[in-house]
Design a binder for this molecule. Structure first.
Ligand SMILES: NC(=O)c1ccc[n+]([C@@H]2O[C@H](COP(=O)([O-])OP(=O)(O)OC[C@H]3O[C@@H](n4cnc5c(N)ncnc54)[C@H](O)[C@@H]3O)[C@@H](O)[C@H]2O)c1
Length: 364
């Protein structure tokens, strides 16, 4: 293992943050956000996304961007399944904060690679938790969880079919789904189950060892730096199809299934708030809420308005296993615990940015 760079001036020692999955959508956004605000950022990634999804999942371009553009970023080529490697790295850095965003992130892909999925999502998470408990237990630990921990149980909520989307008919969910929603006895996909294991373990390290941990149960996290592929990265992939004039395949629910979208910068802003006023064993439904939600059909319209191209698509009657018919987060708890935080980037602006980023990357 190589020596750490020392990012400090003679007078100021910088705070250190360890970010796993740093070449991915969330990890890279968090790295930029914290580096620009004075943190030394230690990124961990091994481009496993390309192994999971093939060449279009390659994240090396993003790794290079961070190394070239950030003054206080250091890349560590490490697989989080390498337990000893993770322990050694945490021991050496002793970070002041940890953001864990490395994962096998697709529920469809997990069924084909169940061992890789579980070893990455569940075992990789305990490798990191235990290393942190041993060497820096007081450091806030932010874990990227997912709304798939709720399995397909949100589909049992009474729904109403509107012209372009499904919505909750049951008024108890008028503001969306809260953190008290049950997580078991429903179908999760193997991905959802491995993320449940990690989510509960992160909570347990908080409760059992009194560590400042939190799980962020994301909906669709998105932004211009996603390497969207069909199996993961809803808006990013949809916009890519739109720009390339490629068919987008809708799987079931008439294309009216509703997704909750949040820009990765608003995700980073929440992490900043938590890390600077941490709590123990917390869970938050991190999403854009009802205002930033859209159905696939609605997303076609917004993307088309920004690109000037009409979306072509094919429809398959069979829905994805465990897919939500309608999901948006109730943001009350996040706003209540962290009043400085709110959504700052609208869905329309997010899609505008994704269109512009793909145009650059695809040279369209
Ligand atoms: N993007 C979403 O819509 C979404 C929604 C809910 C939850 N999440 C969660 O947020 C987190 C980040 O998601 P993302 O969209 O940034 O994913 P991403 O695939 O863009 O980034 C994950 C990064 O982790 C790396 N990685 C994967 N396995 C690794 C391993 N074994 N060792 C080291 N690095 C590894 C990948 O190479 C990739 O760069 C994940 O935990 C995901 O489950 C994402």
């Amino acid at each position: 293992m190589h020596n750490l760079l020392h990012f400090h001036t003679p007078h100021i020692i910088m705070k250190k943050i360890l970010v796993t999955g740093s070449s991915g959508l969330i990890g890279s956004e968090v790295s930029v956000y914290f580096s620009q605000r004075g943190y030394a950022v230690y990124g961990v990634d091994n481009n496993q996304r390309e192994v999971f999804f093939g060449p279009s999942g390659n994240t090396r371009w993003n790794q290079k961007r961070l190394v070239n553009e950030l003054k206080t970023f250091e890349h560590h080529e490490l697989d989080i399944r390498d337990r000893q490697g993770v322990i050694d790295l945490v021991k050496m850095i002793r970070p002041d904060a940890i953001v864990h965003a490395a994962a096998q992130p697709s529920h469809d892909r997990a069924a084909e690679i169940p061992f890789d999925d579980f070893d990455t999502n569940a075992v990789g998470t305990i490798n990191l938790l235990e290393a942190v408990r041993r060497y820096c237990p007081e450091s806030p630990f932010v874990h990227m969880s997912t709304n798939k921990v709720y399995g397909d149980r949100p589909n049992s909520i009474e729904m109403i079919e509107l012209e372009t989307r499904w919505d909750y008919h049951d008024t108890s969910y008028v503001n969306g789904i809260a953190e008290s929603f049950p997580i078991d006895q429903s179908k999760h996909s193997l991905f959802g189950a491995s993320k449940v294991a990690a989510d509960v373990m992160v909570q347990e390290y908080g409760r059992y060892f009194n560590m400042p941990t939190c799980c962020l149960r994301g909906g669709c996290l998105t932004g211009p730096n996603h390497s969207g592929v069909e199996l993961h990265g809803f808006l990013s992939y949809l916009v890519k199809c739109n720009l390339e004039g490629r068919n987008y395949t809708i799987f079931g629910y008439k294309g009216k299934q509703v997704r909750d979208n949040i820009h990765s910068e608003d995700v980073s802003r929440f992490m900043w708030e938590f890390i600077h006023a941490p709590r123990v064993a917390e869970v938050y439904n991190l999403g854009g809420g009802k205002d930033n939600s859209c159905s696939i059909l609605e997303a076609f319209e917004i993307a088309g308005a920004h690109s000037g191209k009409k979306q072509v698509f094919v429809y398959k009657d069979e829905n994805r296993i465990g897919d939500h018919i309608c999901y948006y987060s109730d943001l009350s708890k996040m706003r209540d615990h962290y009043p400085n935080w709110n959504i700052t980037i609208s869905l329309d602006e997010t899609i505008r940015q994704i269109v512009s980023a793909w145009k650059n990357r695809l040279s369209i």
